[in-house]
Design a protein around this ligand. Structure first.
Ligand SMILES: [Zn+2]
Length: 130
């Protein structure tokens, strides 16, 4: 591990760790909702907490309030396929995200939203390198 002190500090500041974690999730999608591409304003649990979904990266995706609210406790892919803004590239990105392959998810999202990720590519790579 490279940054032992930082890990140590974060272990004692769960709130700080949570905030940084949420920030990093948003950065992976260039602050875009993974479902529809609008600004991400919240973190959605792909498998809802009410159904045992964990608050881990593989189960948490940036989402706009509209998608987060409308999806609610519905199965994510079942819900997503019925949306007008359904995009198979985004669906693949969500699959990759669940599998823990965030870099593949980011590539698929870049394919779905080239302009947004281009603008944020500097931030994206800074965070990846950290
Ligand atoms: Zn959305």
């Amino acid at each position: 591990m490279q940054n032992r002190d930082a890990v140590f500090l974060e272990d004692f500041c769960p709130k700080l760790r949570d905030r940084q974690w949420r920030k990093s999730l948003h950065s992976y999608t260039a602050k875009r909702c993974i479902y529809c591409g609008n600004a991400s304003e919240s973190i959605d649990h792909i498998l809802p907490r009410s159904k045992g979904g964990l608050s881990i990266t593989e189960n948490c995706v940036p989402a706009c309030l509209s998608c987060n609210g409308k999806k609610s406790d519905t199965e994510a892919f079942y819900w997503y396929r019925k949306q007008r803004f359904y995009d198979p590239r985004r669906a693949m990105a969500i699959r990759a995200w669940i599998d823990g392959d965030i870099s593949l998810a980011m590539r698929l999202l870049q394919w779905a939203q080239p302009k947004e990720l281009e603008k944020n590519s500097k931030i994206k790579w800074d965070i990846k390198a950290a």
